[in-house]
Write a protein that binds this ligand. Structure first.
Ligand code: 6PG
Length: 227
């Protein structure tokens, strides 16, 4: 399926409104809204824009598309960023935190089990997100699926620990099988310096990790900020 691309000057507002609308439709249909929050800097203002909205938060089940291997109170933590910009104001029904404070393999194994325990929708084999948010790095990485790292080749598991040589540390990350099982995958990119890498990912054939995000039965959407 071809990606849907929204280029917008009101990136934060439009992305937040898209997420709000998706949540209302999914809660209506499924009784819950399963969203994976992305990390880094881009999503923070989007979460801040979402926080005051009336989104039936008690029906939200929050996961994280990746996490640094740090404690939840670390300035590096994606969970902490989401907590400070969204979660502490909205009190979602469930927050499934990737435990970055644990040994990476232990944290990944635990999360794998947690996700499996939430498989509950008819015909669901692998946990199906209603919406996975992703960012994009200059090197074409997404989540913590960095070029040349082992996690790119994971075909079975949903979550793995992934050693990232460029940082000389491990990360916890969703795998492509989990990402590509989602009903919607949304890239959030709000930096015109990333336009060249966005174009490469959209073109395909450059061997960049983000090119492998191809939801099997879901929608692929790009929100791109315009200066
Ligand atoms: C992380 C993210 C990572 C991020 C991109 C873009 O843990 O950092 O998951 O994949 O989304 O690196 O980051 P920015 O939004 O900060 O540019």
């Amino acid at each position: 399926m071809k990606p849907e691309i929204f280029r917008t000057k009101s990136f934060v507002e439009d992305a937040a409104t898209f997420i709000e609308s998706a949540s209302k439709a999914d809660i209506e249909q499924h009784g819950s809204f399963r969203i994976a929050l992305s990390g880094g800097d881009t999503p923070r203002p989007v979460y801040q824009s979402l926080a005051p909205r009336d989104c039936r938060w008690s029906k939200w089940i929050i996961t994280f598309s990746d996490e640094r291997c740090v404690p939840p109170d670390s300035p590096e933590s994606n969970y902490r960023m989401a907590l400070e910009s969204l979660l502490m104001f909205t009190n979602p029904g469930e927050i499934l935190r990737l435990q970055g404070e644990l040994a990476p393999e232990v944290a990944a194994d635990r999360y794998e089990g947690i996700l499996q325990s939430y498989v509950s929708r008819p015909g669901e084999k692998r946990y199906v997100h209603d919406l996975v948010l992703l960012g994009l790095g200059d090197d074409g990485h997404t989540a913590s699926l960095f070029p040349g790292t082992a996690a790119l080749e994971e075909k079975d598991r949903n979550v793995v620990s992934n050693f990232v040589p460029k940082f000389n540390t491990s990360r916890l990350t969703f795998t492509f099988p989990l990402i590509n099982s989602a009903r919607r995958v949304v890239f959030l990119v709000n930096d015109e310096k990333k336009e060249p890498v966005v174009q490469k990912v959209l073109e395909g054939g450059h061997g960049l990790p983000a090119e492998r995000v191809k939801p099997e039965n879901g929608e692929l959407i790009w929100f791109l900020g315009k200066p």
